[in-house]
Design a protein around this ligand. Sequence first.
Ligand SMILES: *Cc1c(COP(=O)(O)O)cnc(C)c1O
Length: 350
Amino acid sequence: MATLRIDLYSDTQTRPTEAMREAMARAPVGDEQRFEDPSVKALVTRIAELLGKEDAVFLPSGTMCNQIAAVVHCEAGDEIIADRTAHILNSEAGGQAVLARATARMLDGVRGVYSAEQLEAVIRPPSRYAPRSRMVTVEQTANLGGGTVWPLETMQSVAEVAKRHGLILHMDGARLLNAVVASGVAARTYCEPFDSVWLDFSKGLGCPVGAILAGPKPFIEAAWRWKQRIGGAMRQSGVLAAAALHALDHHVDRLAEDHANAKLLAERLAQVPGLAVEPETVDTNIVLIDVSGTGRTAHEVHAALMERGVRIGALDDVRLRALTHLDVSRAEVAEAADIFAGLIGAAAAE
Ligand SMILES: *Cc1c(COP(=O)(O)O)cnc(C)c1O
């Protein structure tokens, strides 16, 4: 097995930088559960301000943010409405059925983005036969959609429909700051109509652990109870909050580099016969690559790339997904594209 040199598997693969490790080592800490950790307190205040919400709670993961939001917002038997590709419905081990005990309604959006009309069409009138439509989820950016940025107008029209029907609006903002950097729209503008919103520090922001969930005070109080209940309450988590604070200072603007590198990768791969890639749809740091034209499965292509020291994950039989991040340089992205092109070219020549 070749050593892994260029890891485009996910933006979760980043290691904390030396500067981040120093910030963590120096962090003032206390007992987070007793609201005595100064670093966590600073982070929570800063994020509530950034997202335009009353309060926020620090959690170990984005999954826990989604699941706690669902269980606070929904009663058993309620329905969560989300795009077919949504992380909350596909990649959290069915958590919404276990904790919130909610059912799911999936919408067929375009690259993870659905319309106000699509939402309105599935909202159920009150009926004792039907599940109650309850929580509408928007994923900004849409991960399996290919890192798509929800346009502000689309988000606002979806929010208008949800509000008109008295539904709860939840944003999975794992990569919200990628959308902010790509679009120039302020985070609080995106978040304004939402009842709850969170962002992840362990994705493009480069932290080892951590996510933060924001909303009105009563919602955050209820979220804290669930954090305690399911073991998400920590102690001297200021070491983790310090990493997040460092990332907010140093790793936000640079997301633009990841976006440019993803565009470069998409443009190079789009030239390769047999690969279907749409550079014009690459809004942020995610590139979807359809390999069905090569006569090989995505799993075979993944394995062949691994032998050449490049990791790009297979999403299904036909598609690979590459993510750019802090730990891959532009030169490495270009090299990965060359290796990929060489691999497909060599197979075609055989
Ligand atoms: C990664 C991710 C999550 C889950 O976050 P974790 O911190 O890995 O638990 C949720 N939603 C989206 C869109 C993600 O990309």
